[in-house]
Design a protein around this ligand. Structure first.
Ligand code: ZN
Length: 680
């Protein structure tokens, strides 16, 4: 890049607490990263070569070694996700290879690994306090899992395996994307009877934009799902369902052989590192602990849900027979969503859109802040700081003693330059220090229904849950009191990280909590009781089918990564199909190959591989932990204090299973989730 600013004028190298977003430009990114990489490399070599080591000058320095580099990386990636441009994309592309090369070298730095081992054998290391000892143990485990302790020839083989895994999983992802993008079906308006107007409009505009006639249907979820759910034309539903099944197995884009190869590579890598299988390698530091335990978790839930699943399927079949006649053909996979939606409308007469006027964004936020004030004792107030866009807002959080513990940015509405979805992220990790606390800094972003004209942003109930969810992640960061930064806040194992976020969603549908944030945007009227009751009744509709779908993915994932032998003759695609059949209410064809498009498992070297169970695992944790609030009062300040002290403020400073036991006095109880879903 031309025109490199000198470092002292580069705002990314002079961040401060209030990040100068008004001055940061794409051209600052690469020089800042170059400067920090050189600086970090110097520190790294000094650490590895230090003559005498103690916790302060070795472990603590290692803990914060990459702090500045990663903050700058976070800011650059963040700005590309919220204010994307060719310049920001180029800045990200320029820094990615440099930083990923640095992190790979760091994890295999022979001098650092030797220094770490030498330090771990000192008397001081044996007498560390529990949090410091945990940092040492987790750091050593991570280096081991990265291969630092292997002899040279095996290290070389590990690198080969990692390189090949990156290539094959990348091809897998690309095949799915390309096959999905390559499909289109043009249909005239009359074939879309039953489909919502907004989908008809969008598919017509899509066709028009390409100079085509009629409506352009694709396999993207915002088109596929409404067609399968609402289209009266059964042939159309079948055609799209079958087209979707082709993804991942067409000639030239066939992922079926790749599934076996990925499983082989992962198994070999795990065994090279001393684990029985890939699930045990990945789950070693997670709450589940091993592949066998995660698999047992899935099978237990499956057994407990199956009776309700069979009941739901019989009910749907009876409903269908009543409407379509006794001689109608049996329900197929492309009929399920359609008839279930018809049954739902008849049973509950409930349209979620009717709730929106009661959820104006400003009221949702002020009610949410009121709620966490009551339960967690914090005060959230709007404050001023430079943002990256005029819509960005900035808030301070103070604790009961009036100490400033954190600040955060919000950026809630869609823009062409912003990526989709909702997310929370951390910019700065603070925490306790000798004379007080350093505040934390984070952010929440979303793509919520925007205000229009004089109407404020009116949220759907799902959007309200999302706001609560992301704020739960934010509080996990903002209320951290962990002195070790890499163990602070949301730096917890994957199957634990959604507990603080998902638990917040429970308050959304509690009547007393809802009255804090739900008020009609014109009249100020509270949500009418009959609307509230219909919302609650409809919430658990077909809960067993939704749960079984998740178990089918979780069980297939774990069977492939624990029980399946990639060196044997068995075809993993057939194995996965046979498992999924047991969870599907409708027949699946013999060439069913959903696993060949299952990107969660196979689109990256690790991703959700052996980790799909985490979705349900976290739901068990949040349903169970919230049951204590249900029992002791959803606004109970003492329960809130205990939750903050034992879980929310503790990050990864202790084993998450222990944190959980400290709060609940026992291990998680999966039945809490079944009760909440009305399945028990
Ligand atoms: Zn989340």
């Amino acid at each position: 890049m031309s025109n490199n600013p000198v470092p002292s004028e580069n705002p990314l190298l002079n961040l401060g607490f209030k990040i100068p977003f008004d001055r940061i430009r794409p051209e600052h990114a690469e020089p800042a990263v170059d400067t920090l990489l050189a600086l970090t490399q110097e520190k790294l070599d000094a650490l590895a070569g230090a003559p005498a080591r103690n916790f302060e000058n070795f472990m603590a320095d290692l803990d914060t070694l990459t702090e500045q580099l990663s903050t700058v990386g976070t800011i650059v990636h963040h700005l590309d996700s919220v204010m994307s441009s060719d310049e920001w994309k180029a800045a990200v592309e320029a820094i990615i290879p440099k930083t990923s090369e640095f992190y790979t070298k760091l994890s295999l730095h022979p001098g650092l690994w030797q220094a770490l081992k030498a330090y771990s054998e000192t008397d001081e290391a044996r007498a560390l306090d529990p949090v410091q000892a945990r940092l040492l143990k987790l750091t050593i485990d991570e280096f081991r899992r990265g291969g630092a302790d292997l002899p040279e020839d095996r290290k070389a083989r590990l690198l080969e395996l990692n390189t090949r895994l990156a290539q094959v999983t990348n091809t897998f992802a690309k095949n799915v994307l390309d096959a999905t993008a390559a499909y289109e079906l043009l249909v005239p308006e009359e074939r879309l009877a039953g489909v919502p107007q907004r989908v008809k409009d969008a598919t017509r505009r899509d066709a028009e934009g390409r100079g085509q006639e009629g409506h352009r249907l694709t396999l993207h979820q915002p088109v596929l799902q409404p067609i399968l759910t609402y289209a009266d034309d059964r042939e159309l539903r079948r055609e799209l369902w079958e087209a979707q099944q082709q993804v991942g197995r067409q000639e030239g884009r066939d992922n079926r052989p790749l599934v076996r190869e990925i499983l082989q590579l992962r198994r070999e890598k795990a065994q090279l590192l001393g684990f029985r299988n890939f699930a045990d390698l990945v789950l070693e530091e997670r709450m589940a602990g091993s592949g066998d335990r995660a698999l047992a978790f899935e099978r237990d839930l499956d057994a407990k849900t199956r009776p309700a699943f069979e009941r739901e399927n019989a009910e749907l079949d009876a409903y269908y027979r009543g409407k379509a006649g006794a001689d109608a053909p049996a329900l197929e996979a492309w009929d399920g969503a359609y008839w279930a939606e018809k049954q739902r409308q008849e049973k509950y007469d409930f349209d979620e859109e009717a709730l929106r006027p009661y959820f104006p964004m400003p009221k949702v936020l002020s009610g949410l802040f009121e709620l966490v004030g009551r339960v967690f004792g914090i005060t959230v107030t709007e404050a001023q700081a430079p943002g990256w866009h005029p819509e960005v807002q900035y808030y301070d959080i103070h604790d009961e003693a009036g100490t400033h513990i954190a600040s955060f940015y919000t950026d809630w509405y869609p823009r062409d330059t912003k990526r989709g979805g909702a997310w929370m992220n951390a910019f700065i990790t603070g925490g306790p220090k000798e004379d007080g606390v350093d505040p934390h800094l984070g952010l929440m972003c979303g793509n919520m229904t925007p205000p229009s004209g004089d109407t404020p942003s009116l949220l759907s109930v799902r959007e309200v849950e999302t706001v609560f969810h992301e704020f739960g992640h934010l509080l996990h960061h903002a209320m951290s009191r962990v002195p070790v930064k890499s163990l602070a806040g949301t730096n917890v194992p994957w199957d634990f990280v959604e507990l603080p976020s998902q638990i917040m969603e429970n308050w959304v549908t509690e009547r007393e909590a809802l009255d804090l944030f739900a008020a009609h945007y014109e009249t100020g009227e509270k949500l009418p009781q009959d609307l509230y009751e219909r919302l609650i009744a409809a919430q658990n509709y077909r809960a067993a089918n939704m749960a079984m779908r998740q178990y089918s993915f979780g069980t297939a994932d774990l069977s492939l990564h624990v029980e399946y032998d990639p060196a044997g003759d068995e075809d993993p695609v057939v194995l996965a199909r046979d498992i999924m059949r047991q969870f599907n209410p409708f027949p699946l064809p013999d060439d069913y190959a959903m696993v060949a498009q299952f990107g969660h498992l196979f689109s990256s070297p690790v991703g959700y591989g052996a980790g799909y169970y985490s979705y349900k695992w976290a739901e068990v944790l949040d349903a169970d932990a919230f049951s204590r609030f249900k029992q002791e009062g959803i606004f109970n300040r003492e329960t809130g204090r205990d939750y903050v002290d034992k879980i929310l403020s503790r990050g990864n400073s202790d084993d998450p299973a222990q944190l959980y036991r400290d709060f609940m006095g026992r291990d998680p109880d999966a039945d809490a989730l079944l009760r909440r879903s009305g399945l028990k």
